[in-house]
Design a protein around this ligand. Sequence first.
Ligand SMILES: CC(C)(COP(=O)(O)OP(=O)(O)OC[C@H]1O[C@@H](n2cnc3c(N)ncnc32)[C@H](O)[C@@H]1OP(=O)(O)O)[C@@H](O)C(=O)NCCC(=O)NCCS
Length: 179
Amino acid sequence: MAPVSKEIVIRQEAPTDVDAVRNVHQLAFGRPDESELVESIRQSDSYIPELSFVALIDDQIVGHVLFSIVHIDTEPEQKRVLALAPLAVRPDYQRVGVGARLTHHGLAEAKARGWDAVIVLGQPSYYPRFGFQPSHEFGIESPFPLNDPSAFMVLELEEDALENCSGMVVYPDFFMTLT
Ligand SMILES: CC(C)(COP(=O)(O)OP(=O)(O)OC[C@H]1O[C@@H](n2cnc3c(N)ncnc32)[C@H](O)[C@@H]1OP(=O)(O)O)[C@@H](O)C(=O)NCCC(=O)NCCS
């Protein structure tokens, strides 16, 4: 494990980071699916280059997080929100705060750019520390089958952003094959 004292630098992803980002996801998830998801997002209308961030320790990319556009299928019109996916930290640098720094930084940047809500499908033991709450408390439904309903979570970046926003979240098709 990396020493806790190492400085963690967070910055926007650059075009030259693509290979290192792919490697982070491959190592963290142990499969190519999430790095392929990143590639699909990059080629889609959902991609926001300014909301893709890398974490560096000793000038090496050790983590990555991406926020992209999804919709809540609510009335009277769909609401555009962000999906936090994927987030990964290289196994040899996990549990020293890299994931937390990436997430806090990304959420602050998203808010600064006017986004008011974020959706995540992930560990219910990890994301509540950033303020995420189970989506069912807002009447917001997952399009993915879930073993644990609290794994689908939302975060309001602005107060009451998700008030009267019940409905299912609509993801681009390439998300739907991910298990
Ligand atoms: C989940 C992940 C991004 C967390 O990043 P990280 O840099 O290790 O996390 P941090 O150092 O910020 O936070 C450490 C905390 O996260 C918890 N944590 C780490 N990985 C976790 C996981 N897979 N599930 C639940 N909690 C996890 C640790 O227990 C620790 O909790 P504590 O502070 O209460 O002791 C990273 O472990 C990872 O890439 N895992 C593999 C890929 C993955 O599962 N991505 C997320 C999909 S939801």
